[in-house]
Design a protein around this ligand. Structure first.
Ligand code: NI
Length: 246
């Protein structure tokens, strides 16, 4: 069920039965020459919408921008500052709380979002807001990482991963007609500290990949990884739906 397709009357009816809502969140940021700018929100949206279908839970419109400052050295990246990200998450949660949602779950596709989302939750709790606020980053779930390791071994890396690129290849095949096919060497030996400025990131990772081999992406792998992500996220959301509200 998509919030964007409901009327307020239908939302009222939903809230009589349930108080859970999923919000897909990602980023608009470079994913190397091999991957799409929208990779993180396209994947998060696909996972969240399928989980919503399976659990009969409402899914809010996707937040397509996130905290991507270190990617700003690459054309096309659009980033929210850490402060804006915290503020946006708080405004979304506060709006939903006003209507009676109490289990508010961000399904996240971008690592850089996790800290500001959790900071927003901590700030809401300091303000004594009632409810369960959670962020689930699908690509960090151990079951998903196991499937990724089985397929890509040590070549998945941390950014522009063949896993996320495989899912987008499955969902947006037409966008890959213009992407390169040649393979590059893995930059596995680089040791860096985070956070990085846009200049530092580009210096460490000149083509935008972080220890990944996105050219290994295939639609069939995307199907397997997406399926596992949906299964694993559904399990977490089911647990959240069973928790007692304090
Ligand atoms: Ni990504």
């Amino acid at each position: 069920m998509l919030l964007e397709n409901l009327s307020y009357v239908e939302v009222e009816a939903y809230l009589v039965e349930k108080d859970t809502i999923l919000i897909p969140v990602g980023s608009t940021e470079q994913h190397s020459p091999y991957g799409l700018m929208g990779t993180d929100f396209i994947t998060a949206e696909a996972v969240a919408r399928e989980v919503g279908k399976r659990l009969d839970v409402l899914v809010a419109p996707t937040l397509s921008y996130g905290m991507s400052q270190h990617h700003l050295g690459f054309k096309g990246t659009i980033s929210l500052s850490p402060e804006t990200t915290v503020a946006v998450v708080k405004d979304i949660v506060n709006s939903l709380l006003l209507h009676g949602f109490r289990r508010i779950v961000f399904v996240n596709g971008h690592g850089g979002n996790e800290e500001p989302i959790k900071t927003a939750f901590a700030s809401l709790k300091q303000e004594n807001k009632k409810g369960i606020f959670q962020v689930i980053s699908w690509f960090w779930l151990p079951e998903v990482q196991e499937v990724e390791r089985d397929i890509f071994e040590d070549k998945n890396g941390y950014h522009a991963t063949p896993s996320e690129v495989s899912i987008t290849k499955l969902l947006r095949p037409e966008a890959f007609k213009t992407k390169p096919a040649e393979r590059k060497r893995l930059n596995n030996k680089i040791q860096v500290y985070f956070p990085l400025s846009p200049e530092e990131f580009k210096q460490a990772f000149p083509d935008g990949r972080v220890k990944s081999a996105p050219w290994l992406a295939k639609e069939k792998y995307g199907k397997l990884i997406l399926e596992e992500a949906v299964r694993a996220v559904s399990q977490r959301v089911r647990e959240i739906m069973k928790m007692k509200l304090l």
